[in-house]
Every structure is written in C-alpha cells, then in structure tokens.
Design a protein around this ligand. Structure first.
Ligand SMILES: Nc1ncnc2c1ncn2[C@@H]1O[C@H](COP(=O)(O)OP(=O)(O)O)[C@@H](O)[C@H]1O
Ligand code: SF4
Ligand SMILES: [Mg+2]
Length: 369
C-alpha cells in the first residue's frame, strides 16, 4: 500500500498583520506555513514535528481548510480539496477528523458524552435512526476502550487519558479515513501517553486509518510514524522513514532535536551528541533570509547559508529529503560544528536586537555519525 491519500503541494498559509483603527491596512504577514510539499500514504502515519510556533497546527488546519490557504495544492484521494465549495466541502469534511491536544478544552463540559458524540452525527444528518445511533455510539466507545455507561457521563467525570479517548471516539464516530491528531498526548502524563499512542496504533490497524500526527516532541511520533517530517519556521527541513531519520539525521535542526531525546542506555547516553540551540525561534513574520535556520545553525557557512534558501531535495536513493546546502559535508564530517552566538531578532519589540545572548554548547570530541 503505497498510494498517497493526501498530497500537499507547495502549501502556503500567510496571515495578514493588520494595523490602524480606521484603515484596515495590512502591514505584513505571518508566514506560518511557507511552501510545504508532502504526501501521506493510505493506511500510514505521517509524523510532523518541530518546536512550538513553527506552523504545524496551521498546516493541519489548512489541510481541512479550517484556515484558507494562501496558495498551493491539496489533493485528497484524487479530489482537489481547494476547489470544493459549500455542500461538497461539508460532505468532504466528514472524511477527515481532528483530535486535539487538550481534551477538556475541546469538549463542552455541559454536554454529556452521548450528546458530544451525537453532535457530529447531527451535523452530517446521521442521527435519525435512534437504534442505529445507539449501536454506533456503543461500538465506537468500545473501540476506544470505554464502557457504554460513559454515554451518560460528563467530561469532568473522566481522567485526562479517558477524556482523550472520548476525543478520539468523537473523531471516529463519523467513520473518517484520515485523522489529523494535533499534539494528541502533549497534555497527558507520560505514563498515560503510551496508552493513547498504542490505542491510535490499534485503531489504525483495525480500521485502516491514515494519520497525520503533529507533535513538538520527537519521542512521541517516533514509534507510530512510518514517515517523519521535521518543520522549522513554516517549511519542512527534512523528511525520512522513521527509522532512517533516527539512524541518520541529516539536517542540523533534526540533529539538535534528536540530541534532546534521552537514550535509556547510560553508556550511549554519555556519548550522545548534545546540541543546545541558541536563541528563540525567529519570528515567522520576519523570517531570516537564505536558510531560515542559519541564525541558529552550528554548521552555518559564510557562503550560501544567509542568502540562498535551500530547497528540500532528495538526498540519496533512501528517499530521505533534506533542505541544507551542506548536508553531504556535514554527514561526512568534512564540516565541523562551530560555536554560534545567537542573534535574537524581535522585530516587534521596542528594544534593540540582543546579540550574543546565549552560546551554543557543542561537543567536538564526538565522531561524525
Ligand atoms: N489565526 C492566526 N492569525 C495570525 N497568526 C497566526 C494564526 N494562527 C497561528 N498564527 C501564527 O502562526 C505561527 C504558527 O502557529 P502554529 O501553526 O500554531 O504553530 P505550531 O502548531 O507549530 O505551534 C505562529 O507564529 C502563530 O502565532
Ligand atoms: S543550509 Fe547552512 S545554515 Fe542551513 S542548515 Fe545547512 S549548514 Fe545550516
Ligand atoms: Mg500547534
């Protein structure tokens, strides 16, 4: 099964920044998603990672047209999603459902579980046959590991993990083909996270679902993703098969993310490469020129990095894709890490740029991977 269910082509979502009380003047844009192309294969999981604010949620919402993309293409099962209108779009929405981070805030506390689940059915006119609805609700709850008695309870009567099960049931009850899970376990205790991740895996197997799982934490997507895409400031900087990405991260940003994930083996842990990124994520309203990572990249070079934007390119026949001018030289060890002084750029603040705020820590005693 390698057919793409979802194809996103050079998708851009730019939010206008307005100013002025009388004249609704656009004074700039937040380049939240700025040219992302990816494919999600049917029956597989695509894990999208990157630090908070890099545009992951906007990409997920843009895919469902909950925010209208500025440009680019979206194809779902052969349908051009961006050309759908009115009733067509409403029918289409049933095929893609979202699961959100915080089950409490996405569930209305005054509604019983039954009414929360029926709500979606109503929106699609699927609530008319009472017996059929009851059967559907019970089997959906059963599939997420909740008893039928949960129907008469309210969200606050459940634990965090159970509430996320209700959130998942709410998505499942409409029989979707794709689930966009935006930080589905970020609000849960670590001990509960694995249970919910395993549940998503089991449901995928039994129902043949396709997932786009969004997380800021690489550890969360690792075990469930067939493909992982790493996002930085509105674009994909690397994409690979999950195992491949772990074995051979190519992009400096991926290596930094990876270096933040502890390894259970103490010996490996001691020798692990640690790259502490200097400074904050630059503002997506004023992204750096050239490679958007050059202000924080420990391998940045005086040529090309600051003025030529690297395209996401296929690296070799493994299919791994990377957006870095120097991926080959970094991998071979020809280029070494250097210290980076962070330049914190806050165009919206009154203060002058704070240069040299933090120093990147690098380990130079390590062999190249
Ligand atoms: N509706 C909106 N209007 C303006 N800016 C937005 C809107 N939604 C998100 N943004 C901005 O777009 C950027 C990406 O946000 P988001 O997609 O939520 O990132 P992530 O999910 O990776 O944390 C952020 O700078 C955020 O402030
Ligand atoms: S292109 Fe340059 S700045 Fe960007 S990731 Fe590669 S080495 Fe770093
Ligand atoms: Mg988000």
């Amino acid at each position: 099964m390698s057919e793409a269910l979802v194809e996103i082509d050079d998708l851009k979502v730019h939010f206008p920044i307005k100013s002025g009380l009388l004249f609704d003047r656009t004074v700039g844009y937040v380049y939240a998603v700025d040219g992302v192309s990816l494919k999600v294969k049917r029956g597989e999981t695509y894990g999208l990672v990157g630090e908070s604010g890099c545009g992951k949620s906007t990409l997920g919402r843009g895919l469902l047209r909950l925010v209208e993309p500025t440009s680019g293409g979206i194809t779902f099962d052969g349908t051009d999603v961006r050309s759908l209108k009115g009733e067509e779009m409403r029918l289409f929405r049933r095929r893609i459902q979202m699961v959100f981070q915080d089950p409490l805030s996405s569930l209305d506390p005054r509604q019983s579980v039954e009414s929360l689940l029926v709500e979606g059915l109503k929106a699609h006119g699927l609530h008319k046959d009472k017996a059929d609805v009851q059967k559907r609700l019970k089997s959906t709850l059963d599939s997420v590991g909740l008893p039928a008695s949960a129907l008469n309870k309210y969200p606050h009567e459940f634990s965090g993990g159970q509430r996320q099960r209700i959130g998942i049931a709410r998505a499942l009850v409409l029989g979707p083909e794709l689930i966009v899970a935006d930080e589905p376990v970020s609000a849960l205790d670590v001990s509960i996270q694995a249970q919910v991740v395993n549940l998503l895996g089991d449901l995928q197997e039994s129902l043949g679902l396709t997932y786009l799982v969004i997380a800021h934490d690489l550890a969360v997507v690792r075990h469930i993703s067939d493909t992982i895409g790493v996002m930085y400031l509105g674009s994909l900087v690397e994409e690979a098969d999950g195992d491949q990405l772990y074995e051979r991260p190519l992009h400096p940003y991926t290596r930094a993310l990876m270096s933040a994930v502890p390894v259970p083996d103490p010996q490996v842990e001691d020798r692990r490469e640690r790259i502490l990124l200097a400074g904050d994520l630059p503002s997506p309203a004023n992204p750096p020129t050239g490679c958007r990572f050059h202000t924080r990249c420990p391998w940045a070079q005086p040529t090309r990095c600051a003025d030529e934007r690297p395209q996401l390119r296929v690296f070799d026949d493994s299919g791994q894709r990377v957006a870095c001018h120097y991926a080959e030289e970094i991998l071979s060890g020809e280029l070494k890490m250097h210290e980076v002084r962070a330049e914190i750029v806050r165009p919206d603040s009154d203060t002058a740029p704070d240069v040299g705020a933090e120093l990147i820590q690098t380990r130079t005693d390590l062999p190249a991977p």
